[in-house]
Design a protein around this ligand. Structure first.
Ligand SMILES: Cc1cc2nc3c(=O)[nH]c(=O)nc-3n(C[C@H](O)[C@H](O)[C@H](O)COP(=O)(O)OP(=O)(O)OC[C@H]3O[C@@H](n4cnc5c(N)ncnc54)[C@H](O)[C@@H]3O)c2cc1C
Ligand code: FES
Length: 299
């Protein structure tokens, strides 16, 4: 049985298909790109943790759109000819296969198609208090808008950034400009502390036991974050990056098992509609870990 959206939480979703153009597409670190796309009216409906389905308009393969988290939305300043400011949405992506390789070759003015904003993002209604954000590699993307909103709400935000090496860490200064305290760790010690980001989380939760945690990254990292938060009785929201085909609840290609799932009483959650952000207690973590055991993740 597919669990009903309203059983978890309800949010208004206003999506639109944009046939639009690239404003810029730049490599920011080896294999990582930032792409700004013209998207009038996008920002007013976008919520931290939501995503877009992206398609390169001029090429047939890949046929399917690809999902990407929303890094930020904003306006380019007004033109000196008196033209109004231009609204954009920005994504950050890592080149991993055919679709992202084609994206990396795109330039300013190239035509693309973008459907969004999609899905249910983070619940960031709580005011004030300590918030710890844990991001692994490309999992840092949805945490930028989230950090901005939490800071606006009067919260104190700490971001634990993890990666395999320094190449996986980006936008540090931008997070800091929001007022976020950042902590960096890399597996190989090429930037920040050497070791896993989850070791830093353990320490921070000892120091801030009343904190709430928000996380996005490879499944192995999310699973470890879930176990640590369970041990500390800490509320956790996670953003899953399950593979998606349609992104709008039509193909059921993105379902994950919900907590308490059994053969007799099945519980399935549609990751693109109910998620991609879930309160961790709603998920079947042993099934998630098993499904993703071969996956290198996106860090
Ligand atoms: C909600 C959501 C948000 C996402 N946000 C971002 C983002 O902000 N930036 C970003 O770079 N990526 C993000 N991803 C992952 C991104 O969608 C995939 O990396 C992309 O679709 C790969 O397309 P491709 O054609 O280049 O690779 P493919 O040729 O389709 O796959 C190449 C390799 O990447 C692996 N792969 C494909 N999709 C995923 C995935 N979801 N997770 C882990 N491995 C995958 C495949 O198993 C394969 O090994 C997100 C995914 C989801 C579901
Ligand atoms: S990706 Fe098609 S239902 Fe979620």
């Amino acid at each position: 049985m597919l669990m009903r959206h309203s059983l978890i939480r309800e949010s208004k979703q206003i999506m639109k298909n944009y046939r639009t153009k690239i404003i810029s597409n730049q490599e920011i670190s080896p294999g990582y790109f930032r792409m700004k796309v013209l998207a009038p009216g996008f920002g007013e409906n976008a919520h931290p943790g939501q995503f877009v389905m992206f398609r390169v308009q001029r090429s047939l393969p890949p046929l399917l759109r690809r999902p990407f988290g929303i890094f930020r939305t904003g306006f380019l300043p007004a033109d000196c000819d008196g033209l109004p400011p231009v609204e954009f949405v920005e994504i950050v992506y890592k080149v991993v296969g055919s679709g992202t390789s084609i994206m990396a070759e795109l330039h300013q003015g190239d035509r693309v198609e973008l459907l969004g904003p999609l899905g249910n993002g983070f619940d960031c209604t709580s005011r004030q208090g300590e918030k710890i954000l844990v991001g692994g590699g490309i999992g840092l993307v949805p945490l930028y808008m989230l950090a901005g909103e939490l800071i606006e709400n009067g919260c104190s935000v700490r971001l634990l950034m993890g990666g395999r090496s320094r190449d996986d860490i980006f936008a540090v200064t931008e997070f800091e400009r929001l007022g976020v305290e950042t902590y960096i760790s890399t597996d190989d010690g090429t930037l920040g502390e050497e070791g896993l980001v989850t070791q830093v989380l353990e320490r921070k939760l000892q120091k801030y036991p009343a904190a709430e945690v928000y996380s996005c990254g490879p499944m192995a990292m999310l699973n470890a974050v879930h176990n640590i938060c369970l041990e500390h009785n800490t509320p956790l929201q996670v953003s899953l990056e399950e593979s998606m085909a349609c992104g709008v609840g039509a193909c059921l290609g993105c379902v994950v098992k919900g907590a308490g799932h059994t053969e007799e009483k099945p519980s399935y959650l549609c990751s693109c509609k109910v998620g991609p952000v879930f309160k961790s207690q709603y998920l079947d973590w042993s099934a998630l870990a098993q499904n993703n055991s071969d996956c290198g993740g996106c860090a």
